[in-house]
Design a binder for this molecule. Structure first.
Ligand SMILES: [Zn+2]
Length: 544
């Protein structure tokens, strides 16, 4: 019973830390100081942008454009439009009909007009059927608020170019036309893009342009409440997705791409209304873009060579280091494991036990996660997906229970063949072998493996000391919290429809909690089945 209680205490503290790590800032009030970003001020613009669906070529799109131009002129900016007639929309009916797209462009003068301008990009069109308050009304409103700041109380060195592109949704058409034909495009020195793939949650810095390592290093000093990592950026780079930033990136323009992706029921749906949008997300993306402007306004730092590895520490700030420094983490883990296994008189055979456990855990967790998806979502249909999107947080909670139950069950199964200490040190050794392979090939991917592993290994060294149980609980909580915090981002990115992808986090989560799982499942053999069943019932409830 005591073992179950300490397991529950660690799990709940780690969950609380992970929730805190993903917390949104409070939206600044409309009377916030004029040099700061206020989501409440920007909200007024969301109201007219997201009043109704406004796809490219529609009368509603024209209305949004007119209001946008009036707003920019009201700020005292000179506005121009780039008109491109005869554009064929790829999925328009009747086939072959054409529209005119119109990009809206404005300039906020900086102190030094000889410097290449910084481009702030967002798109003002929506998909048909969605008011698009989030995608990309939030981006438009945020850029307007930032233009107000830098045309009033603060000034940048570079000019700020504002591009409100049209026809992003049918295939980045406005951005393509801007970068292909507009004379200003060739002068751009850096770019920041604002996007949304949902109506809430943290704004992720998920993509970078040229000189990204130097810029991330500079940004890490100033950005707070930031969610970003080299592994997410690496994975995104290998996905087929695109935003307006894709076009800038192809031209080797340095810069950042931000998007918030939680509350996916608001993505391209009728639910994306001004009232539904989470103003905390708007505040978060606004604060981060403001910090980006300050970072990109300075001269781009010199390249220092080698790929950069970075990740956010519990959503607060970015920790960045050169790829070679990853070998120091490898050394620290190896040394910790050597000491921990000597203290326990564990032999090399333990590694085999650890491999056995890792394999059993992967199989059990993958099957259990897939079963949760099957219970809640299958057979696939428009309705089952819609329900899933609306109950996406509940599904996440069910996957958490399923993962935890799977861990308890896998531990219980393996305890019959090995003692828990050998299994634990073995598991951490397998983690280390995987880390060495990854560090040698793709160091950018290592943080979600290396960070929880180093904390767990240090935990294993101290676990036998006089203050051992407190030390073990503390390190287990921190290691698990990091894993849960990153797993949340991956869940929102790909895990909602592909929960089996989260298996990797079940394994990295087990680094710290395996000894707790072992003690708890020995004390209460059915605990794993009970937690798993609770998770499945919760998944099933998504249908009702
Ligand atoms: Zn968009």
């Amino acid at each position: 019973m005591r073992a179950s209680a300490s397991l529950a205490a660690v799990a709940l503290s780690a969950l609380a830390l992970a929730v805190w790590a993903n917390q949104l800032p409070t939206p600044a009030p409309a009377d916030a100081p004029s040099e700061s970003f206020s989501a409440q001020r920007a909200r007024a613009d969301i109201t007219w942008i997201g009043a109704e669906p406004h796809p490219t070529g529609s009368p509603a799109n024209e209305l949004v454009r007119k209001k946008l131009i009036a707003r920019l002129e009201g700020l005292g900016l000179v506005v121009e439009t780039q008109r491109v007639a005869g554009v064929v929309l790829p999925y328009d009916e009747p086939k072959g009909s054409t529209v005119t797209l119109e990009n809206v462009i404005a300039r906020v003068p900086g102190l030094d007009p000889t410097k290449p301008p910084l481009l702030l990009m967002c798109h003002y069109d929506s998909v048909p059927g969605s008011p698009g308050a989030a995608d990309d009304g939030a981006g438009v409103a945020a850029v307007l608020e930032i233009a107000r700041i830098f045309h009033g109380s603060r000034r940048t060195q570079r000019d700020l170019l504002l591009l409100f592109s049209d026809a992003e949704e049918p295939g980045l058409l406005g951005a393509v036309e801007f970068f292909k034909k507009h004379p200003l495009a060739k002068t751009v020195g850096a770019a920041v893009n604002l996007e949304a793939r949902g109506g809430g949650g943290r704004a992720f810095l998920f993509e970078t342009g040229a000189h990204s390592d130097e810029l991330i290093r500079a940004f890490a000093h100033t950005a707070r409440r930031i969610s970003s990592s080299s592994f997410a950026a690496f994975v995104y780079d290998h996905m087929p997705n695109g935003t307006d930033f894709t076009i800038a990136k192809r031209l080797s323009i340095p810069g950042f791409n931000f998007a918030f992706i939680a509350d996916p029921a608001q993505y391209h749906t009728a639910w994306s209304t001004p009232d539904a949008l989470d103003l905390g997300s708007l505040q978060n993306i606004g604060d981060l873009v403001l910090a980006s402007v300050a970072c990109l306004d300075a001269p781009v730092p010199e390249a220092r060579g080698g790929p950069l590895v970075w990740a956010d520490l519990l959503g607060q700030r970015i920790i960045a280091y050169p790829a070679w420094a990853g070998w120091l983490l490898v050394l620290a883990i190896a040394a910790s494991l050597a000491i921990a296994s000597m203290r326990r008189a564990i032999r090399v055979r333990a590694a085999a036990r650890g491999l056995g456990f890792a394999l059993v855990l992967v199989v059990v967790a993958a099957l259990a996660l897939y079963a949760a998806f099957a219970l809640g979502v299958l057979p696939e249909s428009h309705h089952s997906y819609e329900r899933l999107l609306l109950r996406c947080t509940r599904f996440e909670l069910s996957l958490l229970l399923v993962s935890f139950g799977s861990g308890l069950i896998a531990t219980r199964l393996c305890l019959k063949a090995a003692d828990e200490d050998a299994m634990w040190i073995g598991l951490l050794s397998i983690g280390l072998i995987a880390l060495v392979a990854l560090q040698a090939r793709v160091p950018q991917l290592t943080p979600p493996l290396a960070w929880p592993l180093v904390v767990a290994a240090v935990g294993a060294v101290g676990a036998r000391s006089p203050l051992g149980s407190a030390w073990a609980a503390l390190t287990a909580t921190l290691s698990l919290a990091m894993t849960l915090s990153w797993a949340h981002g991956v869940y929102l990115g790909v895990g909602v429809f592909m929960p089996v992808a989260l298996v990797i986090f079940v394994v990295t989560g087990s680094f710290a909690v395996l000894p707790l799982w072992a003690r708890a499942s020995r004390g209460s053999p059915r605990a794993g089945l009970i937690v798993l069943a609770l998770g499945w019932v919760l998944a099933l409830s998504i249908r009702y």
